[in-house]
Design a protein around this ligand. Structure first.
Ligand code: TYC
Length: 102
């Protein structure tokens, strides 16, 4: 028996389930929402730590946008809506969008 035969698996099983397509939730910068409020929303809706929320907020603040996290489509869309609604309920133009991952 050659080395190659020893290393080769007898059967190759194909996964039966497909990986669901993932969607990014994107935080958009604006000039009005207070920084602390953005951090509060990120912690509440996306369950980030204070430190992660601060970094995400500062990236959006400096670059215009920041990917918050990726989820299945339904979860991404409902979290983006919940977070956007939280801003609007408090009189801020805070906005989150979603887009499919490559
Ligand atoms: N740019 C806002 C300010 O200076 C803070 C902010 C950061 C708002 C990130 C939205 O996605 C955002 N108060």
């Amino acid at each position: 028996m050659s080395d190659i035969d020893v290393l080769k698996p007898d059967t190759v099983t194909k996964p039966k389930t497909q990986q669901p397509k993932l969607y990014k939730v994107i935080l958009l910068n604006d000039d009005f929402t207070p920084r602390e409020f953005v951090v509060h929303v990120l912690k509440a809706v996306f369950r980030t730590t204070e430190d992660q929320a601060y970094r995400i907020m500062m990236t959006a603040h400096q670059k215009g946008v920041c990917v918050v996290a990726t989820y299945t489509r339904d979860v991404a869309e409902s979290k983006a809506k919940e977070a956007t609604d939280m801003g609007h309920s408090n009189g801020f133009p805070l906005a989150f969008s979603t887009e499919p991952e490559e």
